[in-house]
Every structure is written in structure tokens, then in C-alpha cells.
Ligand binder design. Structure first.
Ligand code: SF4
Length: 386
């Protein structure tokens, strides 16, 4: 007997959606949750969608511009995420704007994103997050652990604990790591993003000693110059940052240290930029997410004098990126011949514990493999199954 669809099913039957995300891991985490809700309601993913959801963070102008171009392309568009009021008004002509819904269940993949806190109290002078996401809010430990346990039970192999400022988690972040580490199962724990001012001795010890916590730390520096750090309201000096970065490298010898940096902040002189180059040479970051400063409406920095021209920002970006390439290749070469464990994502590409991208021919998707590193590339590695 043929079973006819119910009235509710007919309503959504063949409705197709597409989700477009521009932003950080927190936006991707939110998109996963939105996708789960749409699928639960019977929607199908499609490149010819009836409904497009754009999940965006106003933190970069380039992201806003790309999202705006997408919003104009489709008929039915919903825009969500961390939007500045000025961007909200711009999108309102083409899309329905909704506030991000706090839904806490997501689909299970081998890599699961678990937001543990959101918002920020730091008010860096260039950043919109405290205005768009609001002040810091931390989820209770029990709730985070319960969600993590269910992911692991359903096959997750990697848990990303996320927060704008993950290490300022209100309910004792090292303790949370310890509790998640003690959940039975074969999985890795990663976390993002860390503010240098909240990088405690206890947290470094957790990364060093807890076997499931991987040796990858992203520690945003933003500038190598004290004057600029002060104007950015970053609340540390470059000497303090260096001391901390070197301590991490000493305590955790195989750590992969990455950073975020902005070039061309208002008033960044050639000398100030040189200090950033100097910092890169001294610390030898494995990876850096470099961005050209882009003024965000409503922030203090957007009203500062001495804005740097686009050409000059591009020049500084290229110079720093060239230096990073050299350092990254040098660091990767030091790993050739070593044995490592890799979590393969798909198409033989995976990540090492230290979050280095690695190609391993013949490895199955969504699996852990033991690998010998055979080749160093600028942005990654190659290896063979042992
Ligand atoms: S700490 Fe990060 S999220 Fe918070 S204001 Fe500064 S840059 Fe923005």
C-alpha cells in the first residue's frame, strides 16, 4: 500500500535550501544547527534552492560585501548571524533578518562544534563582536558535557570547544577540559579562540598533560607593536605576549602555535609594522591568519586618524605572508621522518594532532591513521600509512 505524505509533509515536500556562511567557526557551528532544523522539517539541500539562509559575521567588510552579492541573487533569503545595525539595514531590502536562535543540537559528523561560551567583554577597538554578539555568556559545564557525550556516543572523533574568548569560560576551562578528557572513547579535543590575557598556567598544563587535548593553540596577537596594541585595547604588551608564547613552546615542545594578526591598523607606521615582522621571526608561528584592517562602523578604530591606504595594507600583507610561508616551510621540514596520528576528513586529506594539514594516500574518510611524515609543503605535509 502506498503511504501518502501527511499535510505537513506535503507543505515542505521538495522545499530546497542552501546555507551560505561567512564568518568564524562560531558561525559555522550555528549554520550546522540551522541545517539540522531545516532537515528535521523535511527540507533538502540544493544548489537551486527555494530558500537561502545567509549566516554572516559583520567583522570583515569583505564578508559583508560577498554576502550582500549573494543576497541579491536569490528570491527568498533569510540573513542571520552577528550583524551590525548598518549592515542589517542594507540587507533588509533584499532579505528577512532574523536573530540567531539558540538551538543546541546539531548533526553528528566526525568533527563536532560545541559552543561553550559566546559574546565578549573585551572591546578591542576594531571589533564588532561585543556589539553584535553581546557580553560573555558561558554554558554550564553539565550542559556542555552532556552534549559532548552524545556526540561521542554517536561517533564524533573530534570535539571543538568554541567561544569568542574560549579561555575566559566562566566555569573553569581547565576543569572542563579535564572532565571531557575523562569521557571514554577515542577522540580529540580542540579549542578556539584564546585571548592571551586569559591563557593561564593551568590551561597550558592541561594541553601538555591531558592525552585527548591536542597540541594546537591559536593565540591572537593582532600586532607586534606596543603603541598599536594599546590603540587596539588588547590589554597586554608585546613583551608579555612573547614571554607567554615562548613559555607555551617550551612547555609543549611539539605545539603548533598559530596567531591572528591585523596589518594596516590606523596609525601603524612602517616601524610599527617592522615590529610585527620581528615578532614573527622570533616566535616562528606555524600558521597565521593575516587580515588587512577594515574599518567597521561604530567601532572606535573606524574613527581614528591616520587610516592606512589599501595599497599600503596590501604591501604589508604580502610582506608578512611571504615571511610566514618561509617560516611555515621551515617548521614543516622539521617534521619529516616523524610518526604521527592523523584524523582523515575526506579525499585522503586530514589533520595531525597539531592541526597541520596532511595528505595521506589510501586513507579512509573519517578515520584515525598512524602515519609517517614524508614531505613538507608550505601549508602542509604529505605522509604514508605505517
Ligand atoms: S577579544 Fe576577540 S571577540 Fe573580543 S573584542 Fe577583542 S577581537 Fe573582538
Amino acid at each position: 500500500m502506498e503511504i501518502l505524505p501527511t499535510r505537513k509533509e506535503r507543505k515542505t515536500l521538495m522545499k530546497k535550501y542552501k546555507i551560505i556562511t561567512y564568518g568564524c567557526l562560531a558561525n559555522y557551528s550555528d549554520s550546522e544547527r540551522i541545517e539540522k532544523k531545516l532537515k528535521d522539517k523535511g527540507y533538502l539541500a540544493s544548489e537551486n534552492p527555494d530558500l537561502v539562509i545567509i549566516n554572516i559575521c559583520s567583522i570583515r567588510q569583505s564578508a559583508v560585501d560577498r554576502a550582500f552579492a549573494q543576497a541579491k541573487k536569490y528570491k527568498k533569503v533569510i540573513v542571520t548571524g552577528c550583524l551590525l545595525d548598518s549592515d542589517r539595514d542594507k540587507f533588509a531590502k533584499y532579505a528577512k533578518i532574523v536573530k540567531k536562535e539558540d538551538c543546541l543540537k546539531t548533526k553528528i559528523t566526525h568533527s563536532c562544534l560545541v559552543p561553550i561560551m559566546t559574546g565578549c567583554n573585551n572591546f578591542c577597538s576594531y571589533c564588532v563582536v561585543p556589539y553584535t554578539r553581546g557580553r560573555e555568556y558561558s554554558r554550564p559545564q553539565e550542559e556542555v558535557i552532556k552534549e559532548t557525550k552524545s556526540f561521542i556516543k554517536n561517533g564524533a572523533k573530534e570535539i571543538w570547544l568554541l567561544g569568542q574568548n574560549v579561555n575566559s569560560y566562566k566555569y573553569d576551562f581547565p576543569k572542563l577540559l579535564k572532565n571531557i578528557n575523562s569521557i571514554p572513547g577515542d577522540f580529540w579535543i580542540r579549542f578556539l579562540s584564546s585571548h592571551p590575557k586569559d591563557m593561564s598556567r593551568e590551561l597550558i598544563k592541561s594541553v601538555k598533560e591531558l592525552p585527548k587535548v591536542t597540541e594546537y593553540i591559536n593565540l591572537a596577537v593582532q600586532s607586534g607593536d606596543n603603541e598599536i596594541l594599546k590603540k587596539m585595547n588588547r590589554k597586554y604588551t608585546i613583551e608579555e605576549y612573547k614571554k607567554l608564547a615562548l613559555k607555551i613552546k617550551k612547555e609543549i615542545p611539539n605545539v603548533c602555535l598559530s596567531t591572528d594578526v591585523i596589518v594596516g591598523f590606523p596609525g601603524e607606521t612602517k616601524n610599527a609594522f617592522k615590529n610585527t615582522l620581528k615578532l614573527f621571526k622570533e616566535i616562528e608561528f606555524d600558521m597565521a591568519y593575516i587580515s588587512k584592517y577594515s574599518p567597521r562602523p561604530g567601532t572606535l578604530a573606524s574613527k581614528m586618524d591616520n587610516q592606512i591606504s589599501f595599497e599600503e595594507k596590501t604591501k604589508r600583507y604580502n610582506e608578512l605572508n611571504d615571511l610566514l610561508k618561509k617560516i611555515s616551510l621551515k617548521r614543516n621540514k622539521q617534521l619529516v621522518g616523524q610518526n604521527t596520528r592523523v584524523l582523515i576528513n575526506k579525499n585522503s586529506i586530514g589533520k595531525t594532532r597539531e592541526y597541520k594539514t596532511i595528505k595521506v594516500e589510501g586513507a579512509s574518510d573519517n578515520s584515525f591513521v598512524d602515519v609517517e611524515i614524508t614531505k613538507a609543503l608550505i601549508w602542509g605535509l604529505e605522509g604514508k600509512i605505517k
